[in-house]
Design a protein around this ligand. Structure first.
Ligand SMILES: [Cu+2]
Length: 313
């Protein structure tokens, strides 16, 4: 398969995601066809950055993180083959660089050299952990994956002197798999006696302000504790392909204006219409907890469905 065809498939794949999300696959079809042709034109060796195919260029440059196991010469290599459900397992991996050797020099981001996120493919189970690295560049972390089935693991890091990137790999837990349906859209989450509410809308292609408000026993929590340099960490994943999305906290502890709750503000940029799962880690009274939400992006206006034949007015 040549490059142009592959990129064409990628564009088509996005169209399928849109169509699936809106239940209007047929309406999307004709739109996707010319996009494939445009892409072929762009990938010709003579194509320049100033070609003017704005939408095509965006599709290439703004590919979300976490969808690839290898990117910009860096590759995520899982070293743990067998994982059993419900049993603590030492999950090990390396990140190799353009020279083929394990990377050992990382920039510290949010207090850590590498953030490791593991979710079940049905987006029910979520863990955000920080593995330890041996001097030879092997990372390891003790994880208990709660149930059988496919998982996705993300390594979010920035090699020293390089750009930040997120690589993703599948992990499998052997056994009888019972996938859960995606949880219904919800703007309220409860965890261990805490209630977290979510305000704001996700707009595809734009930094969207999300305000999360934490309360306990009906009272706003105003003494959140800094965790990894922020009052909260938000991970957003796109349903179906588990694209890993950038979310930036607004302000940090000690900057003179960011309060320790009850509100935590983020700017999330999602690439497309569809459903997203959001996972907020926050720390209070010495413990880190995770609140989770399902939120749709860009549902209005929906793609019009063609009038079925024989039912016209
Ligand atoms: Cu982390």
């Amino acid at each position: 398969m040549n490059t142009a065809t592959k990129l064409g498939s990628y564009v088509l794949g996005l169209a399928v995601v849109f169509g699936g999300a809106l239940g209007a696959g047929k309406a999307v079809g004709p739109v996707a066809a010319p996009a494939v042709e445009d892409h072929s034109a762009m990938t010709a060796p003579t194509a320049s950055a100033g070609h003017g195919e704005h939408a095509t260029q965006q599709a290439t440059n703004d590919t979300p993180g976490g969808l690839q196991v290898s990117e910009n010469g860096y590759t995520l290599n899982p070293l743990t083959e067998t994982i059993k459900p419900g049993e603590p397992t030492d999950v090990r991996f390396t990140v190799t660089g353009p020279d083929g050797r394990p990377v050992t020099d990382y920039q510290v981001e949010h207090d850590k050299k590498l953030h490791f996120i593991v979710v079940s493919r049905d987006l029910e189970s979520f863990q955000h952990v920080h593995p330890d690295m041996t001097p030879d560049g092997t990372w390891s972390v003790k994880l208990t994956l709660p149930k059988a089935g496919p998982y996705r693991a993300f390594a979010d890091f920035a090699p020293t002197g390089g750009d930040g990137l997120t690589l993703g790999t599948d992990l499998s837990v052997a056994g009888d798999y019972k996938p859960e349906a995606l949880p219904q859209e919800s703007r309220t989450a409860t965890v261990d006696g805490y209630t977290v509410t979510l305000d704001g809308e996700l707009t595809p292609g734009q930094a969207s302000k999300l305000t999360l408000k934490v309360s306990k026993d009906g009272k706003p929590v105003t003494d959140l504790q800094p965790y990894l340099g922020a009052y909260g960490h938000l991970v957003a994943l796109r349903a179906r392909d588990l694209a890993y999305l950038h979310v930036h906290p607004d302000g940090e502890p000690g900057d003179g204006k960011t309060k320790a709750g009850p509100e935590i503000v983020f700017y999330a940029e999602v690439p497309s219409t569809g459903d997203y799962r959001l996972f907020l880690d926050f720390q209070h009274e010495g413990e880190v907890r995770t609140a989770d939400f399902t939120l749709g992006a860009g549902r209005q206006p929906a793609i019009p469905t063609p009038a079925p034949s024989g039912h016209g007015h």
